[in-house]
Design a protein around this ligand. Structure first.
Ligand code: NI
Length: 210
C-alpha cells in the first residue's frame, strides 16, 4: 500500500517495479550517505496545484546553498514515496533541478540534474506506462522518443551529458517536462485525460472523507 499523503515525481509502474535495469551512466552518484537519505521529507504537491503548471527558472551559482539543502530532501522524498523521479516543482520550488533513480532498490543509482536540457532525441519512439506522484495512483501509456541525450550540471557545477534509453529516457523526459509545467496527462487524448483526472478527483474526495 502507498502512503495516502501527497507525493510527487514519476512513479515506477507497478508491473515493472523492482526489476528495471538502469542505463548505467558512469556519473551516477553511488552510495548516498546516511545524512542524505535521512534528510527532511518534503510535502508533495498534488494536481491541480498551480505550481505544477509553472516553468521553473535556471539555477545560478547564487542558488548553490538552496540546491544543496533541497536535493537530499528531494531524494529522501522520492525514495519514501516511492518514486523513480522528482522535479522541484512538485515540492513547491521553481528551481530547475530534478532527481531520478530508476534502479532497483537493492542497488541505488541516484542522479541529480541541475538545469537539465534535452539536446537530442531519437525519431524512434517508445510507449511505456507512466505515473506521477502529483497524480497519485493513476497510470497511463505515454509515447515519447525512445532515446534522449540530456545536458546538465552536477552538484559540483560541472557540465555533463547523459544518453538514456528505456525507462531512464522516459523518466528524464517526464521530469524535465515538470520543470516546464508539463504533466504526463498532457500527452493523452482529451477523453483518456478527462477519465483519468475524474478518477483522481474521486479518489482524492474519498481520501478526504476518510
Ligand atoms: Ni511526475
Amino acid at each position: 500500500m502507498r502512503h495516502p499523503g501527497p507525493y510527487v515525481g514519476m512513479v515506477l509502474p507497478r508491473c515493472k517495479r523492482g526489476r528495471v535495469a538502469a542505463a548505467s551512466p558512469a556519473d551516477y552518484m553511488r552510495g548516498m550517505s546516511e545524512t542524505e537519505t535521512s534528510a527532511p521529507l518534503l510535502p508533495i504537491l498534488i494536481y491541480p496545484d498551480s505550481t505544477l503548471r509553472k516553468a521553473a527558472r535556471p539555477i545560478t551559482p547564487a542558488d548553490a546553498d538552496e540546491v544543496r539543502r533541497l536535493v537530499p530532501s528531494m531524494f529522501a522524498t522520492m525514495y519514501k514515496a516511492p518514486g523513480i523521479g522528482l522535479a522541484a516543482n512538485q515540492i513547491g520550488s521553481l528551481l530547475r533541478v530534478i532527481v531520478v533513480d530508476v534502479a532497483p532498490k537493492e542497488e541505488p543509482h541516484p542522479l541529480a540534474l541541475i538545469n537539465p536540457e534535452i539536446i537530442a532525441k531519437s525519431s524512434e519512439t517508445a510507449t511505456q506506462e507512466e505515473g506521477c506522484l502529483s497524480i497519485p495512483d493513476q497510470y497511463a501509456e505515454v509515447t515519447r522518443p525512445a532515446r534522449v541525450k540530456v545536458r546538465y550540471q552536477d552538484m559540483q557545477g560541472a557540465r555533463k551529458e547523459i544518453e538514456a534509453d528505456g525507462l531512464l529516457a522516459a523518466c528524464l523526459q517526464h521530469e524535465i517536462d515538470h520543470l516546464n509545467g508539463v504533466l504526463f496527462v498532457d500527452y493523452l487524448s482529451a477523453l483518456k485525460r478527462n477519465m483519468l483526472l475524474r478518477k483522481l478527483a474521486k479518489a482524492m474526495r474519498e481520501q478526504q472523507a476518510r
